[in-house]
Design a protein around this ligand. Structure first.
Ligand SMILES: Cc1cc2nc3c(=O)[nH]c(=O)nc-3n(C[C@H](O)[C@H](O)[C@H](O)COP(=O)(O)OP(=O)(O)OC[C@H]3O[C@@H](n4cnc5c(N)ncnc54)[C@H](O)[C@@H]3O)c2cc1C
Length: 496
């Protein structure tokens, strides 16, 4: 890296748009979620106008600097030389008559949720369930929301309406002018330019919903596994959703060893009464060992804040994640997932301090078994069948899949050098192990990929088209973090 190249970059923008490595603002602007990925580049550039962003993108593209475009860093993106931060892009424009929300690409979803409650009460956009996740990265990898069961994935055409992007030559366009590009941005990983704004569909939605966490001891694991399986068979109601997660440090509790308890995180937009009935989660509430941890009717911003207990891992934990997709949930699925966890703790005891096994249960692709007034014809779709076919978005999804979110990590201090290798080995065997004999889909969510994932397989029949578009918009492969379509691989140190 030539230091005079960095100096040219400094000279291109105003001093207030530069954050040097020794500045107090550097950590917030540059740190990736997992410290393992941190390359501590000397410079963060944070343009605050489109004009400035255009100049910077063109300069970086034509230079030999290694750079990464960053929204929140949750995807653990980093680079050797420069972080190009989008935090200067914070426009917020809710258009009630059009039912749209246009936002700058520098937001996290938690801030958007709070602003929606204030400026657009009774409206929601399909955004991430975790407050710290970025509005841009989550759309680029096909993100998921509590509302996904009803309206589809964050990146789906009915949700992500348009994207403003600065191309490699500094030109600013709305991607809808070039439909192939918009298609590629919907789950294709983002390496086509620098996104500066996103236009989302806003929907009228109840101001409060019911959300709660129910804790079960490890001794109830087999019962819970069966209850989850029955829930998966029974419900087609897109206004309820559920996660099944291990207890322990993810909930800011003490580590629970190789045999942790179970937490059921539930969401019911029909409200408390419905949630506590057998049409909702009554079967779980009735279990004699169930203990309610945090429950009640609340706005979406508070629902999404329930996950904030995970936040203490950010920047502290060497952490990686992988998300194999399951086609079915049977009576043993949760038991098998807990076996995988036990195996991980036996491999490395310290994983219990910074890891998670979380089953994201997805709805049946069907009309709800008990239609209600609030479920309209166009909302009768499940997240995985929501785009209208596998070719409609870059990341193909059209059949019911449950997302098995697996995270392995531990405190950075004292971590053995082989910790990442151990985590990758555990991830690579998780899919077939948890899916059960001969039920492995070999599919992975595009948001949590690693070098051992086959990128061609992840994007399936869409891969060749996606790569062609990539070569058109980035012929020199200068946008190469995360999913590197040109080289058909995932870049290490740029994915969580
Ligand atoms: C603990 C945890 C919880 C999560 N929970 C959720 C969840 O509830 N729902 C969900 O959908 N996902 C969730 N995710 C996954 C998350 O969506 C992805 O990690 C996503 O990539 C994060 O995007 P970001 O913008 O926040 O992160 P970043 O690391 O800033 O960016 C991620 C990727 O997007 C690219 N990118 C970012 N901004 C731009 C831009 N302006 N232009 C071009 N490219 C850009 C980056 O270069 C990088 O490759 C979670 C991840 C973690 C670690």
């Amino acid at each position: 890296m030539a230091s005079n190249t960095l100096q040219h970059l400094r000279d291109l923008v105003s001093p207030s748009e530069i954050i040097e490595r020794d500045a107090p603002a550097y950590k917030d602007a540059a740190a990736p979620w997992s410290p393992w990925a941190d390359q501590r580049p000397p410079l963060v550039v944070q343009p605050t106008s489109l004009d400035s962003m255009s100049k910077v993108v063109k300069f970086l593209y034509d230079s030999d600097l290694d750079f990464a475009v960053r929204n929140t860093g949750t995807g653990s993106v980093s680079a050797k030389d420069v972080i190009l931060s989008t935090h200067g892009f914070k426009d917020f424009d809710f258009n009630e008559s059009a039912g749209t929300l246009t936002i700058g690409s520098g937001y996290d979803w938690g801030t958007v949720d709070r602003k929606m409650e204030k400026e657009a009460p009774g409206w929601q956009v399909v955004g991430a369930r975790c407050t710290w996740v970025g509005v841009t990265g989550s759309a680029l990898v096909g993100g998921l929301s509590w509302l996904s069961h009803e309206y589809g994935m964050i990146s789906d055409p009915q949700n992500l309406l348009d994207v403003q992007i600065v191309l490699r030559d500094g030109k600013v366009i709305w991607a809808s002018e070039q439909p192939d590009l918009l298609w590629a941005l919907r789950g294709g990983g983002g390496n086509f330019g620098t996104v500066t704004a996103l236009k989302y569909r806003a929907r009228q939605y109840p101001k409060t919903v019911f959300a709660a966490v129910l804790f079960f001891p490890y001794s109830a694991l087999s019962d819970v596994s069966k209850l989850v399986s029955r829930m998966a068979a029974r419900t087609g109601d897109p206004r309820i959703a559920m996660h099944v997660c291990n207890r322990g440090t993810a909930f800011a509790e003490a580590p629970q060893g190789a045999k942790p308890g179970v937490a059921i995180m539930m969401f019911d937009a029909h409200g408390q009464q419905h949630a506590r009935s057998d049409d909702g989660f009554g079967w779980f509430f009735k279990h004699p060992d169930a203990v309610e941890w945090a429950g009640g009717e609340m706005g979406m911003a508070d629902v999404n804040s329930l996950g904030d207990s995970f936040k203490h891992w950010q920047g502290e934990n060497k952490f990686w994640a992988s998300a194999p997709l399951l086609a079915e949930i049977d009576d043993e699925t949760v038991n098998r997932a807990w076996k995988w966890w036990e195996d991980c703790i036996n491999v490395h005891e310290d994983f219990q301090t910074g890891s998670v096994v979380l089953l994201e249960f997805m709805q049946e692709v069907s009309i709800p078994t008990r239609p209600t007034k609030s479920i309209t014809a166009d909302s009768r779709q499940a997240a995985m069948s929501s785009a209208g076919g596998r070719s409609k978005t870059a990341w193909p999804h059209s059949e019911r899949r449950h997302v098995m979110q697996l995270g392995l990590g531990r405190k950075t201090e004292g971590a053995p050098p082989s910790i990442r290798e151990m985590a990758m080995k555990q991830f690579a065997k998780a899919g077939p192990l948890i899916a059960g004999p001969e039920k492995d889909t070999k599919e992975y969510h595009a948001g949590f990929l690693h070098e051992w994932n086959d990128v061609r397989e992840v994007y399936g029949e869409n891969f060749d088209r996606l790569k062609e578009i990539k070569l058109q918009y980035d012929p020199e492969n200068r946008f190469n973090k995360g999913v590197n379509l040109t080289d058909e691989k995932v870049t290490a140190k740029a994915t969580v």
